[in-house]
Design a protein around this ligand. Structure first.
Ligand SMILES: Cc1cc2nc3c(=O)[nH]c(=O)nc-3n(C[C@H](O)[C@H](O)[C@H](O)COP(=O)(O)O)c2cc1C
Length: 205
């Protein structure tokens, strides 16, 4: 039985394009894995603190010396890491904000890149055998041939950080030109339909 971890980062609920793509991915994944288990990690419903000094103190203290306070500081991070480690497939639905991932997704990443858990002490990735699909929505288009291809920071960053922790099987569904929906030039349904075959293929692979 496979487990799919779904990480959502958009604050826009039912109006979100990335959530629409992710929802479709999950539908297809369920068809392909009728016995599969789905774990939802909605970052809009997770109180993710930024890294601060007490957190770093706990992070750099060997676990055998953790005080109850340190354990509590790392509790959420431990939980997020455990979710990743127990998943076979990971879907990350995210908007592009200011050419990168939203701050909440960066905060999530700061919690899951953990020395000794997801990243080895020699810098080697420890998360193996996972497949990750990124379902991204952006106002602009950054794919091959775009005149602003050099601004495609978000997908490059996500591919890089996933590779750092050992996840190299990554598919990106780049939902570009979402601004056409917000400007009333097309509908959300038509926008999502444009990427449907890519989403279906990603859920199958
Ligand atoms: C604060 C903010 C910053 C944004 N920055 C960018 C950007 O740098 N590049 C881009 O292509 N779209 C940008 N957008 C547009 C969003 O990527 C687009 O609205 C997308 O649909 C958001 O994802 P969602 O619909 O899943 O919430 C920005 C939107 C907001 C609200």
């Amino acid at each position: 039985m496979r487990t799919l971890l779904v990480v959502e980062a958009s604050p826009r609920g039912e109006h979100s394009m990335s959530r629409g793509l992710t929802q479709r991915f999950v539908e297809e994944w369920k068809k392909n894995n009728p016995e599969g288990r789905i774990v939802e990690r909605d970052l809009m419903k997770t109180d993710l603190p930024f890294v601060n000094l007490p957190w770093l103190g706990a992070y750099f203290t060997p676990p055998e010396h953790h005080t109850p306070t340190m354990k509590e500081l790392l509790r959420l991070s431990d939980e997020l890491v455990a979710e990743i480690l127990s998943a076979d497939d990971i879907a990350i639905g995210t908007p592009v904000y200011n050419y990168n991932v939203p701050a909440v997704l960066k905060a999530y990443i700061d919690h899951i890149v953990r020395k000794g858990k997801t990243l080895g002490y020699a810098g080697e990735g420890l998360v193996h055998g996972k497949k990750c699909t990124i379902l991204m929505a952006s106002g602009g288009i950054y794919t091959e041939g775009s005149p602003i291809r050099d601004r495609d920071i978000a997908t490059n960053y996500l591919r890089l950080i996933l590779k750092v922790i050992g996840i190299e099987n990554v598919t990106v569904v780049a939902g570009g030109n979402a601004k056409a929906v917000d400007m009333g030039q097309t509908t959300r349904e038509a926008f999502l339909q444009k990427f449907d075959s890519e989403v279906v293929a990603a859920a199958k692979a």
